[in-house]
Design a protein around this ligand. Sequence first.
Ligand SMILES: Cc1cc2nc3c(=O)[nH]c(=O)nc-3n(C[C@H](O)[C@H](O)[C@H](O)COP(=O)(O)O)c2cc1C
Length: 204
Amino acid sequence: MALMLLSLVTTACGQAKQTGNKTESDSNMEKKILTVFFSMKGETYMAGGRIENLEKGNTNVCAEFIQKSVGGDLFEIETTKTYSKDHFKMIEEAKVEMQSGEKAQPKKWLDNLESYDVIFVGYPIWWGTYPPIINTFLEHYNLTGKTIIPFSTSEGSGLLNTVAELREVCKGATVTEALAIRGSQARQSEKKVSEWAKKMITNL
Ligand SMILES: Cc1cc2nc3c(=O)[nH]c(=O)nc-3n(C[C@H](O)[C@H](O)[C@H](O)COP(=O)(O)O)c2cc1C
């Protein structure tokens, strides 16, 4: 009877594959999950309108949806660089920074990053790629054996070549397919983001 019940539950859940007493998705859920992201606050423009003091950037909003749906820890990568509060000046400053190859530095490192098995990495698209701080941050750690799951927000570019770029930086890690969200839609995208994150964990 107990066996029948277990098999019914497994079938009802659809995706779960059984290994011994545990399903694969059960053991995936036991993996140590981290969501790290970089995201800008402050002045921005969304859907044509100026927002003076956005408390949470678009990528931050998506990162929180991911953590809410699959659990684990959340870490915000912040840069020591101070950008102009004027959005259009900031965009130009970022361009100069990227063209100069300046090495952005994080305000703080995450001491135990290497203890996680699965790391969701979130970034906005800046001038056709991810912000330089993402490289500095990821290059700092030994990511061998980790699963890196990228997600990104942008206003139309999508992921571009960022997954391939991450594969270069995250040596020894498996970098999976990624999710692209339109930044101005981030706040309405909880269902999409959560379902994607759960699917990524289940399919590991
Ligand atoms: C410096 C800078 C450069 C950007 N470049 C692009 C771009 O090349 N393509 C694009 O679609 N959006 C671009 N955007 C828009 C952002 O990717 C988009 O608004 C994103 O959702 C911002 O995420 P955040 O709020 O988490 O910082 C750029 C924004 C900034 C600030």
